[in-house]
Design a protein around this ligand. Structure first.
Ligand code: AMP
Length: 189
C-alpha cells in the first residue's frame, strides 16, 4: 500500500505518518527530515538547502524527485510507504506517478488533513517554543511564507489526485487519536 499524507505545514502530517508507519509496516518517507539530515551533514549541498528551508521556499523539483526516486526503489519500501511532505508541486506529483507506474504500483490514497489556518499558526509557534524544538523554519515569519507557498504551489496538487479518485479528506483539528482512527477506517476499505 502506497500512501500520501497531505496538508499545510503544522497540520500533523509527521505525527500521523509515524503512527501509520508503525501500525501498517509502511515506510515513512519524510522529505523534510531527509533534507534536514543533509543540512546537518554540513555538505555544500546541505548549506544551500539550509538557506532555502529557512526562507520557507521549496527546494527544486529536480533535487527532491531524485531523492524520492532513490528511496522508493529501496527494499524497505517494497511493502509500501507513506509520503510526508512530498509531492509539493504538480511536477512532483506527475513524476511520482511515472516512477510508480514503471514499478507497477500506484498511490492508493492521498489522506488530506484539513485544518483551520489560525489555529495552525498557534500550533507551529508553540511547537517552536517547546523545549528541544530546533527547527529554524518554525517561526511566525517563515510560517507565513510556507503557507503562501502551500497555497500557491502545493494545493494545486489536490485536484490532480481528486481526478484520480484517491483523495480522502480528514478533519485534522480533532485530537491525534481521533484523526488516526479516521485514517484507519479509510485504510480498512
Ligand atoms: P517539512 O518538514 O515537510 O515542512 O519541510 C521543510 C522544508 O523542506 C520545506 O519548507 C521546504 O523548504 C523543504 N521541502 C520538504 N519537502 C519538499 C518537497 N517535496 N519539495 C520541495 N521542498 C521541500
Amino acid at each position: 500500500m502506497d500512501l500520501i499524507i497531505f496538508g499545510p505545514p503544522g497540520a500533523g502530517k509527521g505525527t500521523q505518518a509515524q503512527l501509520i508507519q508503525e501500525r501498517y509496516q509502511l515506510k515513512k518517507l519524510s522529505t523534510g527530515d531527509m533534507l534536514r539530515g543533509e543540512v546537518s551533514s554540513g555538505t555544500p549541498l546541505g548549506m544551500k538547502l539550509e538557506e532555502i528551508i529557512a526562507s520557507g521556499q521549496l527546494v527544486s523539483d529536480d533535487i527532491i524527485i531524485e531523492i524520492i526516486a532513490n528511496c522508493i526503489s529501496e527494499p524497505e519500501c517494497q511493502k509500501g510507504f507513506i509520503l510526508d511532505g512530498f509531492p509539493r508541486t504538480v511536477v512532483q506529483a506527475k513524476a511520482l506517478d511515472e516512477m510508480l507506474g514503471h514499478m507497477g504500483r500506484k498511490i492508493q490514497y492521498v489522506l488530506v488533513l484539513e485544518v483551520d489556518e489560525e489555529i495552525l499558526i498557534d500550533r507551529i509557534t508553540s511547537r517552536a517554543a517547546e523545549a528541544g524544538a530546533t527547527r529554524d523554519d518554525d517561526n511566525a515569519e517563515t510560517l507565513k511564507q510556507r503557507l503562501t507557498v502551500y497555497h500557491e504551489q502545493t494545493e494545486p496538487v489536490l485536484p490532480y489526485f481528486e481526478n484520480k479518485g484517491v483523495l480522502r479528506k480528514i478533519d485534522g483539528m480533532r485530537p491525534i487519536n481521533e484523526v488516526t482512527a479516521e485514517i484507519e477506517v479509510i485504510l480498512k476499505n
